[in-house]
Design a protein. Structure first.
Length: 501
């Protein structure tokens, strides 16, 4: 019996690539919506489990610490043990951790479950993107696939707000965790049948243990430092101590990667100009986006009096524009103009949406004032995230596709942590200064102070997007140079080995 040729094997699986995309999209949705769906459930969970306001932050922090610090390890593990195996382990672990959190009857168990979610999410998220990267190598198909993936990455937070409102109001806060198990069942079945791995050739690579310890410690200290700044301020010794420790550990990690025999993250991956520009754009967009979901949610609920469900529905037009923009940017505009044009344009669109939000007051209307800003933000994020994610994973050796994908998630996570701490601090300071300058303090003054604090966050968010536009315009290569990398990927795909389950 003769073995099928590589071309025949690839052709046999060509019809399943879009089913693979559906499976990967489910996994990505599960990870990204979890960032906001649990936020909506916090007040109800706090009332049920009787934990304090000071402890409440740990429901969020436990997840972000585990997720952020283990992402590069998770991405490298997917390279070492095989993407299909890592993908299924990540799905199973995330689902079991979610079930444990949903059943939690104590605060400690809920925090433990959230940390466990973060750990398995750190394996699942980069593996999902690596599967997509190695499955779609044809430029046209790759554009469509990354358009879908990027749309989910950008819109997942808003989807989480919608799901969170519906589940909390109509069922229970626990269903904000159980929903992951429902999604995981379909994703696991799909992964068994439609996710394939490439047969390994050559010796099995080894895990860089010192590098893993160094970078995990650096990312842990970074995320913890920003989380501590949000609650205790930037002048707290622990804040600066953790951020300083992060910088020292990260520098040591870089020096070690230059001499390691089996580096966790080969420096050539992040030193490539286009990939560095893509990672930077994702980080800056992640920091700027935080102001949208948090402060617009506050405004809609506390100022306009919206319910959680109404708040979630209010973000639907933004999601629609983001999906439309993602498809147009990756399938039509990115191949024609390249990321050097598309990403700065997206940054400027998002900046314009942020500037519109600064005009909101207590008499503003959703249709006339909030909706146009959200639609602009959706258009902008759809032009930033998919092209950046696609560029960040373009031309990477298959051996390091997982860790290169992990850098995408790391950039987004670090950006979100920076945005959380920085914008919250700036908003709180603005509100305090506003109240201090106006006496006596009446309910109207407090309401105006809240709106003033939101506007401050929007101004800084607009500044982040403006910075992102400049950075992207200066650092991305010209379209002709990017096309050369695309051609290299296509040439590599033409000689890929037989696919195996």
């Amino acid at each position: 019996m003769t073995s099928p040729s590589p071309a025949a094997a690839v052709a046999a699986h060509s019809g399943q690539r879009w089913l693979t995309l559906a499976v990967v999209a489910l996994a990505q949705l599960m990870v990204v919506l979890d960032a906001t769906v649990v936020n909506i459930a916090l007040p109800a969970a706090q009332a049920d489990l009787q934990f304090s306001d000071g402890d409440r932050q740990w429901i969020i922090t436990a997840y972000s610490l585990a997720f952020g610090s283990l992402l590069l390890l998770g991405g490298r593990l997917s390279d070492l043990i095989g993407r299909k195996r890592a993908f299924i382990i990540g799905l199973l672990g995330f689902a079991l951790a979610s079930a444990l959190g949903g059943m939690a009857d104590t605060f400690g168990l809920l925090v433990f479950a959230r940390a466990l979610q973060g750990a398995f999410g750190a394996l699942l998220a980069p593996t999902a993107l690596a599967v997509l990267t190695t499955t779609f190598t044809d430029p046209k198909e790759r554009g469509r696939a990354f358009g879908v993936f990027g749309a989910i990455a950008g819109a997942g937070g808003a989807i989480g707000l919608l799901f969170g409102g519906i589940l909390t109001e109509d069922l229970s806060w626990r269903w904000n965790l159980y929903i992951n198990d429902v999604i995981a069942v379909f994703a696991i079945v799909g992964a068994i049948f439609f996710v394939h791995t490439v047969a390994r050739t050559g010796p099995r690579p080894k895990l860089d243990v010192p590098g893993t310890i160094l970078v995990s410690g650096a990312l842990f200290a970074l995320v913890y430092g920003f989380a501590h700044a949000e609650t205790d301020g930037w002048d707290a010794p622990l804040t600066w101590g953790m951020l300083t420790a992060s910088a020292v550990l990260m520098l040591t990690f870089v020096l070690w990667q230059r001499r390691a025999t089996h580096p966790l993250l080969p420096l050539r991956i992040v030193m490539d100009r286009n990939r560095a520009a893509a990672y930077s754009s994702i980080l800056i967009a992640g920091a700027g986006m935080f102001g949208i979901f948090l402060f617009v949610t506050y405004y809609l609920q506390t100022t306009l009096g919206y319910s959680p469900i109404q708040t979630g529905l209010s973000f639907l037009p933004m999601i629609a524009m983001l999906v439309l923009s993602a498809q147009l940017s990756t399938n039509i505009f990115l191949p024609r103009f390249g990321p050097k044009a598309m990403v700065p344009i997206g940054m400027l669109l998002a900046m314009s949406g942020m500037l519109l939000l600064t005009l909101l007051d207590r008499d503003s209307q959703y249709a006339a004032n909030v909706l146009p800003a959200l639609m602009l933000l959706g258009l902008g994020m759809g032009s930033i995230m998919p092209p950046s994610i696609q560029t960040a994973t373009l031309g990477v050796d298959r051996e390091f596709a997982g860790v290169a994908s992990a850098m995408v998630n790391t950039s987004q996570q670090v950006g979100g942590s920076i945005g959380t701490a920085l914008l919250n601090t700036l908003a709180a300071t603005a509100a305090a200064d506003f109240v201090a300058a106006r006496t006596p303090v009446t309910p109207d003054v407090l309401a105006d102070a809240a709106i003033h604090s939101y506007a401050t966050a929007y101004w800084w968010g607009a500044g982040a997007f403006a910075l992102g536009a400049v950075v992207a315009a200066l650092t991305f290569r010209r379209k002709a140079d990017t096309q050369a990398a695309r051609d290299a990927v296509a040439a590599d795909a033409a000689g890929e080995p037989v696919l195996a389950h």
